[in-house]
Design a protein around this ligand. Structure first.
Ligand code: SAM
Length: 351
C-alpha cells in the first residue's frame, strides 16, 4: 500500500474534527440546560463568576468553558482570563429568533444515537424501528429544533408561497396537520390564523399527549384538537388545507397517505408537503446538509418507514422526483415546488 501521507493526515484531521463534534453535542445540551450560554451572553465572565451565577460547580464549568472555547462556540480572552459570546454566538445559541435551535438539534442527535445498538442489529435482520420506540430526547429535541425553523419561515414565507392559502387561513379554514409530532407547526399556525380550526394527527400517542399540553399552554386549545391517527387513516374531511411537516418520508405507505389526503381535501383544497432539502441524485447530496440528513435517516426515518406496512423507505433525502411520484400516484393533478430553504423543500399539491 503506497500511502499518500498528506492525504492520510487530512483524513485523520477530519476524523479529529468529527470526534470533537460528537463531544460538542453533549457540551451544548449541558450548556443550554444549565443556562450557561444565557449567563455568558450577559457579558465576559470568569469560570468562578459563571459558576456562581448559574449555581453550578466551578471545576466542571471551567472544563466545559475550555471545551467550548476550543470548539469555537464561545470566545476566550487570555489577557483577562474571561469567556464571552460574540454577537453571532449569542444569537445562534440563545436567541429564539435563530432559525436553527442548536441545542434542540444536538438533543435530537444524542437521543438518536441511543438507538445505535438496535439499528446495528436491524442492518442484519432488516427489522424496522418505530418513531415511538426512540429515546424521549428524540421527540423533545426534534420539536425544539424544528419549531425554530417553522417560527422563522412558516407564516412569513411558506404559506404565502402557496396559491391563495394565506387568504383562506385568514378568513377561517379547516386545517389538518398530519404527522404533527408535538404540534409545533399546528400551534404556530393556530396562533397566526385565529379564525381557522386546526386538527393535528400523529400515530404516536406520546407525541399527541405532549401536543395537547402545548396547545393548552399556548392558549390555542379552543381552535386546535390533536388525535392519534396514522396518515392513511386521517379522520375528518372537507379540509381546505392539509400540511405534512417532515413526516411523509417517515411513513411506511406514503402513497396510501397521499390517497387519504386526496379524499379528505375539498376539491379546491391544498396539500403542503414540507420535506428535507434534497436533490434527486445521490452525487448532488454529498454535502454537509446531505450528511446530516442521511445519518438521521439511517437512525430514524428509514427504520420508521420499515416498521410500518408497505415500508417504502423513501429516506430523508428522497428528492423532488420521488415525492412527485408518490403524490401524483394518488391522483393529484397539480404538484410544484413552492419554495425552499437550505434545509427544506416546500411542495404544493392540489387535486
Ligand atoms: C420527524 S418527525 C416530525 C414531527 C412534526 N411534523 C414536526 O415537524 O415537528 C416525524 C413524525 O411522523 C410521525 N409518523 C411516522 N409515521 C407516521 C404515520 N404513518 N402516520 C402519522 N404519523 C406518522 C412520527 O410519529 C413523528 O411524529
Amino acid at each position: 500500500m503506497a500511502l499518500d501521507m498528506n492525504k492520510l493526515h487530512d483524513f485523520l484531521m477530519k476524523f479529529v474534527g468529527d470526534l470533537g463534534a460528537t463531544g460538542t453535542a453533549g457540551m451544548v445540551v449541558i450548556g443550554d440546560k444549565l443556562g450557561l450560554y444565557k449567563a455568558l451572553a450577559a457579558g465576559p465572565t470568569t469560570s468562578a463568576d459563571l459558576a456562581k451565577k448559574t449555581s453550578t460547580d466551578e471545576r466542571y464549568v471551567r472544563e466545559w468553558l475550555a471545551s467550548q472555547a476550543a470548539a469555537g462556540y464561545i470566545t476566550y480572552d487570555a489577557n483577562s482570563n474571561k469567556f464571552s459570546l460574540n454577537d453571532e454566538q449569542a444569537f445562534a445559541l440563545t436567541s429564539d429568533a435563530c432559525p436553527a435551535n442548536i441545542a434542540g438539534a444536538f438533543e435530537l442527535a444524542l437521543g438518536s444515537l441511543a438507538a445505535v445498538p438496535r439499528i446495528t442489529d436491524a442492518f442484519r435482520t432488516g427489522a424496522g424501528m418505530g418513531w415511538h420506540e426512540h429515546d424521549e430526547r428524540v421527540f423533545h429535541g426534534c420539536e425544539k429544533f424544528f419549531r425554530a425553523g417553522y417560527a422563522a419561515n412558516l407564516v412569513s414565507n411558506w404559506i404565502p408561497a402557496l396559491d391563495g392559502v394565506k387568504q383562506k387561513l385568514e378568513a377561517g379554514a379547516r386545517v389538518a396537520d398530519a404527522g404533527c409530532g408535538h404540534g409545533a407547526s399546528t400551534i404556530l399556525m393556530a396562533q397566526a390564523y385565529p379564525k381557522s380550526k386546526f386538527f393535528g394527527f400523529d400515530y404516536h400517542d406520546g407525541s399527541i399527549a405532549a401536543a395537547r399540553e402545548s396547545a393548552k399552554r399556548a392558549g390555542v386549545a379552543d381552535r386546535v384538537t390533536f388525535e392519534v391517527s396514522r396518515g392513511k387513516e386521517m379522520p375528518g374531511g372537507d379540509y381546505d388545507f392539509i400540511a405534512m411537516f417532515d413526516c411523509l418520508h417517515d411513513m411506511g405507505d406514503p402513497a396510501g397517505a397521499a390517497g387519504r389526503v386526496r379524499k379528505a381535501l375539498k376539491p379546491d383544497g391544498t396539500w403542503m408537503i414540507v420535506e428535507p432539502f434534497a436533490n434527486d441524485e445521490l452525487k448532488d447530496n454529498l454535502n454537509p446538509v446531505g450528511r446530516v440528513y442521511y445519518s438521521f435517516s439511517t437512525l430514524l426515518c428509514t427504520p420508521c418507514s420499515r416498521s410500518q406496512e408497505v415500508g417504502l423507505c423513501l429516506g430523508a433525502q428522497a428528492g423532488e422526483k420521488r415525492i412527485r411520484d408518490v403524490v401524483t400516484s394518488a391522483g393529484f393533478s397539480h404538484f410544484r415546488r413552492a419554495t425552499e430553504t437550505p434545509f427544506n423543500l416546500i411542495y404544493e399539491a392540489r387535486p
